[in-house]
Write a protein that binds this ligand. Structure first.
Ligand SMILES: [Fe+2]
Length: 166
């Protein structure tokens, strides 16, 4: 495998909301892991675990985007169309997992390229459309504050090394 990253984050993908950008980066990371797993012909168990992670994270992320769009009063037609594309993506990843798990077929390069291209286009086009509306929304700002607080809490919850307990 060459050194080129399969799916690279570029700044033009930013929607200007740091927490959402961070989640998009995480999705990209998971897809890169899936790609490596397929290239290196990992055991099916490894690949299916990454696919599971992709499905889980995608669902959480999409649900958040949808919640923020709703709270921000995003255009209802755009909202419905956006939700619909989310749904179709989840179905597509689900189909890949199903093939892998039930039919024992490996994930094809075609599928993995499809997932990458879909996600890249979605972030760079569909998600950009909500950027302005969400950035100016009080609900989004409130959510960002909560998300930051949760992150800080997590950081502080890291157990101290024993020599720092006293
Ligand atoms: Fe989206």
């Amino acid at each position: 495998m060459n050194d080129r990253v399969f799916f690279e984050w570029v700044d033009s993908m930013s929607v200007g909301i740091p927490e959402i950008d961070a989640q998009h980066r995480e999705l990209i990371n998971i897809l890169n892991r899936l790609f490596v797993s397929v290239v290196e012909r990992d055991k099916d168990k490894v690949t299916i675990e990454i696919l599971d992670a992709l499905i889980d994270y995608t669902k959480t992320h999409f649900a958040l985007e949808e919640q923020l769009m709703e709270e921000a009063g995003y255009d209802s037609l755009e909202f419905v169309a956006h939700k619909d594309t989310h749904q179709r993506f989840v179905e597509k990843v689900g189909q890949a997992a199903q093939k892998n798990l039930v039919e024992g077929k490996s994930i094809s390069f075609e599928m993995i390229h499809f997932l990458r291209n879909w996600l890249r286009d979605h972030i760079m086009d569909t998600d950009q459309r909500y950027a302005e509306c969400l950035k100016n929304s009080v609900a989004t700002r409130k959510w960002e504050q909560t998300a930051n607080a949760v992150m800080l809490q997590k950081q502080n919850a890291v157990p101290k090394p024993w020599w720092k307990i006293w």
